[in-house]
Ligand binder design. Structure first.
Ligand code: 3HC
Length: 328
């Protein structure tokens, strides 16, 4: 998103537009919720559509690495929990696509962008799930990070997005708990199970920190999103909260986070951590991660395989339409 926002003082917007933006920003400053039928700056609409579509895509693509393990879960109980989680993620995606539709963008357009490979989704889902411990780590780290982020978004200024987050966060809490239980079980198991859990922690820790986006100074969208009350906390604030929460959890199950620079700062009461590999982050975001191609190929195949369902649903809706009109 490169054009300048027509906010107060931009000089490029009409006086009327500037007055409307000023009133819009005053509403947000008063803590009011912006609803679909309310006036909003075009840029606010586009920022939300960008963010919400990427969020929805992340939920849908996020099903793929986990779906990989449904048939290989070590017990019926684990299989049921994973099945429920993956189904939840599909629901989260559809929920958030509904949110983007309240902003005037049809989900088919967004789905096509994902299938075309032109849409972003969270980089974390471009990493492979090599062992069962990865499923535990995704629940613990990835859903744990999502909870930190989404708890903040539940207070976003755009009503439909904030309300979607309330429902989603409740389900994410189950996702995190089932993942952390897997890790606690493995960490307390045989030496081979412990080693599998530690290996997963070593591979998922840093990509999970990247979920919160670049450092604030490098975040091209944060200033605007924070001014307009979409983000109530910055990327770095949320990342720090996640680290503070997770260090204690790792200690509780005697697993080691792979960061020799991790140390507690008594003054700030934060766990300071080492440097994130932003070259890796941008490489994965730009499509050159371990599983980017595999994920898109799987998504395209699923979409093609599901074409008959969409045709049947459309035919059924068309057949019912005259009857429902007659009944009205
Ligand atoms: N993966 C891919 N792209 C990322 C990224 C990541 N982890 N972090 C940042 N980016 C992209 C941004 O999209 C932006 O690119 P764009 O302008 O072309 O869209 C660029 O990097 C610069 O980042 P910014 O910090 O400026 O971007 P934002 O202000 O949008 O902040 C964000 C990034 C924190 C991810 C924010 O968009 C956000 O909170 N999104 C909503 C939540 C979300 O999408 N979470 C993803 C995971 S969902 C999930 O985990 C599901 C759970 O069930 C497991």
């Amino acid at each position: 998103m490169s054009d300048q926002a027509p906010h107060a003082g931009a000089g490029t917007a009409s006086t009327d537009e500037q007055a409307r933006v000023a009133e819009f920003e005053a509403r947000i400053a008063r803590g009011e919720s912006i609803e679909p039928k309310d006036w909003m700056p075009e840029r606010y609409r586009r920022q939300l559509t960008r963010m919400m579509s990427q969020h929805a895509h992340s939920e849908i693509v996020g099903m793929l690495p986990e779906g990989n393990w449904i048939t290989r879960a070590p017990s019926l109980r684990r299989k049921l929990a994973l099945l429920a989680k993956v189904q939840d993620e599909a629901g989260h995606g559809l929920y958030i696509y509904c949110g983007t539709e309240t902003l005037g963008t049809d989900r088919q357009e967004l789905v096509q962008q994902l299938l075309d490979g032109t849409a972003k989704y969270s980089s974390i889902f471009n990493y492979p799930t090599l062992t069962w411990a990865d499923i535990g780590c995704i629940g613990w780290f990835v859903d744990g990070a999502a909870i930190v982020n989404q708890t903040m978004l539940a207070h976003a200024s755009y009503g439909p997005y904030a309300r979607a987050m309330v429902r989603i966060c409740k389900e994410e809490n189950f996702h995190k708990r089932q993942g952390y239980e897997i890790m606690a079980t493995l960490a307390g198991g045989t030496p081979a199970q412990r080693a599998m859990a530690q290996d997963a922690v070593n591979r998922w820790w840093w990509p999970s920190l990247m979920m919160f986006g670049p450092h604030d100074k490098d975040s091209s969208n944060s200033d605007e999103l924070m001014r307009w009350g979409v983000k109530r906390k910055s990327n770095d604030e949320l990342r720090q909260r996640f680290v503070n929460l997770t260090v204690a959890q790792a200690k509780a199950v005697d697993l080691t986070l792979p960061d020799p620079d991790l140390r507690y700062n008594e003054e700030t009461e934060n766990w300071e951590f080492g440097a994130i590999d932003w070259d890796e982050f941008w490489r994965v975001v730009k499509g050159d991660g371990p599983c980017n191609r595999e994920r898109l190929a799987a998504r395209r195949t699923a979409h093609e395989d599901g074409a008959w369902v969409r045709r049947a649903a459309a035919a059924y809706a068309a057949k019912r339409a005259p009857m429902s009109e007659a009944a009205d």
